[in-house]
Ligand binder design. Structure first.
Ligand code: FAD
Length: 282
């Protein structure tokens, strides 16, 4: 295996043009597992870890944040990123162990595109834009267009995911997941809820209960009719329960080695109910 270590995006694109079948690697916490288990045997690998442009993030003037694909989870758990994107901080904190969070990135979560990826429900709830760049062009795709299915995405082989842009919302947001134990665990079911007071909307996205992340649009619009999102300071238990029931109805879980469809459907209902209750507990 040949590993190229470019120091800039331009160098990485040159390398990708020279070896079009090369696999990209960022933190390596997904790819190295695949290589170790002989699931993939890349001949050429391009390591993106030393590219500084991918490891930065910034708050933009239009109240959005752009996070480079190489920013590790550990940076999202603290400081201004945590303050402005609390749901992302909560999701980041649930990923693997401190060692995994020091290396793993949103770029890798997007590259793998597992429905159980903990960063993805947050990106779906926030309607993130994914930035893709190749030697000659760049494009911005809505996260809803980017994720196509289980471990399938719309990235072209000559493109590098350079980052994502998400809005800073005015309103409570949070992330919760269920696994087979309390830590170091891949989600059996997960949910991200974000209240957007400015647009009088609530967004809820589910992980690990469908081939892609699922936005529960029906439950979202039902809730907006029950609750004044901008002024409410509490929520009736019956409304929170009904919200959970409606969210569960929109999930499309399957049975697999981690759980049953029935348990997953139940779990996302409970997660949704808990999240909306946390959002409106004064
Ligand atoms: C012990 C352990 C525990 C884990 N726990 C969790 C967990 O709790 N939650 C969770 O979501 N994940 C978990 N993971 C999986 C993994 O940590 C995450 O998916 C992480 O986000 C991957 O990021 P990475 O930078 O390490 O990706 P890499 O392994 O470097 O890459 C993953 C894929 O994305 C592609 N890729 C990487 N960067 C780019 C880019 N810039 N442009 C295009 N393609 C790119 C690669 O080619 C590869 O296909 C765990 C992994 C391990 C080993």
């Amino acid at each position: 295996m040949t590993v190229a270590v470019p120091l800039s995006l331009i160098e990485a694109f040159d390398e990708l043009a020279r070896t079009p079948d090369a696999r990209l690697i960022q933190g390596g916490t997904d790819l190295m597992v695949e290589i170790n288990f002989n699931h993939v045997k890349p001949v050429d690998v391009i390591a993106l870890r030393r590219i500084k442009e991918l490891r930065t993030w910034q708050v933009n003037s239009n109240n959005t944040i752009t996070i480079g694909s190489g920013v590790p989870y550990q940076e999202m758990e603290v400081g201004q990123l945590k303050e402005l994107l609390p749901a992302l901080a909560e999701a980041a904190r649930t990923v693997g162990s401190p060692q995994i969070r020091a290396a793993g990135t949103l770029g890798g979560n997007l590259g793998t595109c597992s429905p159980a990826g903990d960063g993805l429900p947050v990106l779906f709830a926030l309607d993130a834009i994914v930035h893709l760049q190749s030697l000659k062009s760049s494009r911005d795709l809505s996260i809803h267009e980017f994720m196509l299915g289980v471990k399938r995405n719309a990235r072209h082989t000559n493109e590098i995911i350079t980052g994502v842009t998400v809005p800073v919302l005015d309103g409570w947001q949070g992330y919760a997941k269920v696994g087979v134990r309390n830590a170091m665990v891949i989600s059996v079911a997960s949910a991200c809820l974000a209240v957007d007071k400015k647009n009088n909307s609530v967004r809820i996205a589910l992980g690990a209960v469908g081939p892609t992340i699922i936005r529960c649009r029906d439950a979202e619009s039902w809730l907006v009719q029950q609750l004044d999102l901008t002024s409410a300071t509490s929520i009736d238990t019956t409304i929170a329960q009904e919200f959970g029931r409606r969210v569960a109805l929109e999930s499309k879980p399957i049975d697999d080695h981690r759980s049953t469809a029935e348990y997953r459907r139940h779990a996302v209902g409970v997660l949704a109910q808990r999240l909306i209750t946390r959002a409106y507990t004064s």
